[in-house]
Write a protein that binds this ligand. Structure first.
Ligand SMILES: Nc1ncnc2c1ncn2[C@@H]1O[C@H](COP(=O)(O)OP(=O)(O)OP(=O)(O)O)[C@@H](O)[C@H]1O
Ligand SMILES: [Mg+2]
Length: 354
């Protein structure tokens, strides 16, 4: 199974992340994309650790609950993988067709992936010919450990679901961002455009820097909302759960010092990625950061990031770009949590790939 493949038009997205299961099904018409079904079900804290399913009973039950809530019209799933489970490398190769690369990909991957090739699922995307080196092309290579994908597939199949497509969260992030118009077209301005797509979840930050409409740097970093909850827990001397509730429901009561420590950590992680990117693309600095993920719900996060990094930043919300039937869904709630759904929405868009 290819990591990016989507042979089926009939797909729902399931994102099994550390804090919960998110299910999204979209439909497409000439009027654009519309929400068809939706569910978000929390998971107990240690059900998924570092992308591994630890408590498969809890995940199975979560899936059953999500299907019950959403009542999707299909049993076919696009699944997201991220973190340590995936290795994504940008490589450059002599220009060749997709068909030719298909035949050679294992040989190429063997040099770039630190695992036995038989232990991983492989896929690639040809980004196009290099601007400065004719005859060479940029390729993104993605490899995911089979045991991790197989574990996810197993819980999905136990819930009566078939995995049709496995995608990396960073690519789903790009897909959704394109739909939201968050990626400037290469022709939009005379200057080169670079934008950083930053999805901040509970444990992971998915970073995808797009230069001139093309992926230039991707990375998953271990940092996120859990760090803020832990800072609150320490600062206020309360339980993790109480800190989580305080963060989400009474943020104004949180001691600013805890928030400041979280931002120091967060911005230094983002700067690390920006520095890596700049090492190869120093002449095209990132001009804008597009913020999503559960942490995008933290009040004023874009202002904080903008002030601390000196780069303009904004929070994106996919529900500003999707049609939602008011009689079927709670539109206000969906708008409120919208930025948290960016990865599953990008994943659901796979069903409409040409
Ligand atoms: N209203 C809110 N205010 C502040 N933080 C919030 C709010 N709602 C959710 N969060 C935080 O967002 C995080 C969850 O975001 P998200 O759903 O994107 O993560 P995830 O996909 O489960 O995790 P990961 O991808 O890192 O494994 C949690 O840390 C949660 O506390
Ligand atoms: Mg996530």
């Amino acid at each position: 199974m290819g990591l990016f493949s989507a042979e089926s038009k009939d797909l729902m997205a399931i994102d099994i992340s550390s804090t919960g299961i998110k299910l999204i099904e979209l439909s497409h018409s000439r009027a654009g994309y519309a929400l068809k079904s939706f569910a978000m079900v929390p998971l107990p804290r240690d059900a998924i650790v570092e992308n591994m399913i630890i408590d498969s009973m809890a995940v199975s039950q979560g899936l059953i609950d999500a299907l019950e809530q959403a009542k999707p019209s299909t049993r076919q799933v696009a699944l997201a993988v991220s973190g340590n489970a995936v290795i994504i490398k940008s490589i450059s190769l002599p220009t060749m067709t997709e068909f030719m690369l298909e035949a050679e990909i294992e040989v190429e991957a063997d040099q770039h992936v630190p695992y036995d090739i038989d232990e991983v699922y492989l896929d690639f995307q040809i980004l196009g010919e290099k601007e400065d080196e004719p005859g060479e092309m940029d390729v993104v290579l993605a490899a995911c450990k089979r045991e991790i994908v197989d574990d996810y597939q197993l819980v999905l199949s136990e819930a009566g679901l078939t995995t049709k497509c496995v995608d990396c969260s960073v690519f789903a992030l790009e897909n959704a961002s394109e739909m939201m118009g968050a990626i400037p077209k290469a022709t939009d301005g005379e200057e080169d455009q670079a934008v950083g797509l930053i999805n901040i979840g509970a444990n992971l930050i998915n970073v995808n820097i797009i230069k001139n409409g093309k992926m230039a740097f991707v990375r998953d970093q271990f940092y996120g909302g859990q760090n803020l909850t832990e800072e609150i827990q320490k600062e206020h001397n309360i339980s993790y759960q109480a800190a989580e509730t305080m963060k989400k429901e009474r943020f104004h009561e949180v001691n600013p010092e805890a928030v400041d420590r979280f931002y120091v950590g967060l911005t230094s992680e983002i700067v690390r990625s920006l520095d890596f990117y700049a090492a190869n693309h120093g002449d095209h600095p990132v001009q804008h950061l597009s913020i999503s993920g559960g942490c995008a719900l933290i009040p004023d996060i874009a202002v904080e990031i903008e002030q601390r990094l000196g780069i303009s930043a904004s929070v994106v919300n996919p529900f500003d770009h999707l049609k939602v039937n008011k009689r079927k869904f709670d539109v206000d709630y969906l708008k409120e949590i919208g930025s948290m759904m960016v990865v599953p929405i990008g994943l659901a868009l796979r069903g409409f790939d040409k």
